[in-house]
Every structure is written in C-alpha cells, then in structure tokens.
Design a protein. Structure first.
Length: 144
C-alpha cells in the first residue's frame, strides 16, 4: 500500500478480466485508497455488464472515453457517446453494454474502493454463484 501518492503512467495498471471486458485498475487499495477507486474498461462489441443490478452502499460514475456505450438507469437504456458522464448513486438499478460494432472504453470511478473487490470477484466467479456474492457486498442482481 502506498502512503505518499502514486503516478500511474499511461498504459499501466493492474489488469482484471470480467467476462469479455478488460479492466485496468488505475486507483485502488494498492495505491493507498479506501474511499475511491478507478479503472478503465475496454468493452468489445457485445461486451459489457448487461445484468441489471443495484448497490445499496456504492456509488459509480462512468465516463465514456471512446465509442458508444448503452447504460441502463432504472428501467430505461440510453446511448452515451464519448465525452458523456453517467452518474449512478447508490440504490439506482443500472447495467451497461456495447451494442455497437466498435470497441468502446469507459473510465469508472467508484466509492468506496471496496466496490472494486466485488467487480474482481464477479470476474472470477461462475454466474450461477453471483447472487450470494452480490449480497455479501450489499448489492443485488435485479430479475427482469
């Protein structure tokens, strides 16, 4: 854990796979953070996390860096182009997907940093075991 601040150069960071998506952790516990974390996510065509879910104690902000990403907020899906910001306070049902034919990238800021542990565990856990995992992190999948 860092105690004096960290500069994370372009193209660096710890890589995590979640489904078809590649996440590059830019800020997490290993950089000394407890309140906020951040990662960049490359979302191939057909990728994303299209499973509606809600976090009771986590907040997320998505910033589209490249391409277009569809975000579900509540019951509606909206297309967000590069430069768009999507704000997801705790308690809001959300999901995201890349329905285009091009790679998309977004930056994800989440608080507290413990949300990163949930995301990493989802990447290592079979989908049929997600419900108890989400519950452990005070989150839940939403059945449509």
């Amino acid at each position: 854990m860092s105690t004096g601040g960290v500069a994370v150069p372009p193209g660096s960071g710890r890589e995590v796979s979640v489904g078809r998506n590649t996440l590059t952790v830019k800020s997490g516990p290993e950089e000394g953070h407890t309140l906020v974390g951040m990662f960049e996510s490359a979302i191939p065509p057909g990728g994303g996390f299209p499973f509606a879910h809600v976090h009771d104690e986590y907040e997320e902000v998505f910033y589209v860096l490249e391409g277009e990403v569809e975000y579900r907020l509540g019951e509606s899906w909206a297309v967000a182009l590069a430069g768009s910001t999507i704000c997801v306070p705790s308690g809001v049902v959300h999901a995201f997907r890349n329905s285009s034919t091009r790679l998309a990238r977004h930056l994800v800021v989440h608080a507290p940093v413990a949300a990163l542990a949930l995301i990493e565990e989802v990447g290592r856990t079979p989908q049929e075991q997600w419900a108890p995992l989400f519950e452990r992190y005070k989150s839940r999948l939403i059945k449509d």
